[in-house]
Design a protein around this ligand. Sequence first.
Ligand code: C6P
Length: 420
Amino acid sequence: MTFTQERTIADKIRIDFPLLHQEVNGKPLIYLDNAATSQKPQFVIDALRNYYQEYNSNVHRGAHTLSGRATDAYEAARDKVAKFVNAASRREIVFTRNATEAINLVAYSWGMNNLQPGDEIILSVMEHHSNIVPWQIVAQKTGAVLKFVELTPEQTFDLAQFQTLLSEKTKLVAVVHVSNTLGCINPVAEICTLAHQQGAKVLIDACQSVPHMPIDVQSIGCDWLVASGHKMCAPTGIGFLYGKEEILLSMAPFLGGGEMIAEVFLDHSTYGELPHKFEAGTPAIGEAIALGAAIDYLNNIGMEHIHNYEAELTAYLFAQLDKIPQIKIYGPRPNSQGEGRAALAAFTAGEVHANDLATLLDQEGVAIRSGHHCTQPVHRHLGIAATARVSLSFYNTREEIDVFIKALKDTLEFFSSLLN
Ligand code: C6P
């Protein structure tokens, strides 16, 4: 499909997102902070509202009609997630609050119980804090050792160095699929094959890939994969853990309480079947149902379609940013089709601080993120304290990029006039 046709589609679906149609600081909102959280289509907002207006009830407990309706909708959402990532079974999908909680679930349930002093965990320097801190806690408790994959000269995952770190001591590899800062797309299937040859397990942080491209956990071959609903058009407070069934079966519960038990005696309990063993307490029912609606919405557009359109926007974004001499973008270059990296650009602009840039762009209605994006180690690795980051979604348009670029140029001119 050509760019012009794709743009027509983006323009068409923008109507679905009520939040986008407002002014901020007297200017039309240009929302370019999608890696932090995506906006929600009316279809998803309605799914959440309908649950509360029509059938709010607890799940898996009540014999009454509303509880049955809520349970059916909640479990249907699990089926949708399972199909969306091509899990072999619905039992492999555990609802969590977000990706962070999903990683902590694996860290506490699997890491704390399976790692010994001297065992090695391989992470990369580009990980989000949520895929570093839990493993630091596990390493401190178990005596396991953390090793870090560094960057190639193109600022991508260094697969060759990764291979030098791998050994029979490696018990876990936990890496991000798409970096929220560098935008690189890591070779996760190859990482899994190499890690499995050493008998290590692999966790993939797919927060920034699941919303933007088709994901198939079976072809990736990972043992666990995590994502957050709020980055994929769903509400906050809901995310999921995919785990291979035989591994989830072998893992101890993370949290204890209602919902996750089979029988409770005064001195011990037996646990429920998968995935309920990992879902203690009343879950985020409406949010899970709305995640299911978000998946329906994304599927209706098509993940291939979303990926291709965002790639074309990426090519356009880079072409425009390249024309501004002070701008230095981190991570790999996209090819001429915008492929080969994610639809985001974290950049510095000479001496101008990222926070000042973001603040002045906000005055023009343009929302971007600035700071360390919860990836302090990779910023430190690159010798920078902060970057400004623009991150795109399928509802963004080329015209919005033009407004952003104009506001960026004006802001940089303003700062240079202050210095002269
Ligand atoms: N990144 C960003 O602006 P939670 O907070 O659990 O929903 O997601 C954590 C997380 C984990 N991994 C990656 C790669 C991420 O990008 C994020 C969230 C946001 O980049 C907020 S810091």
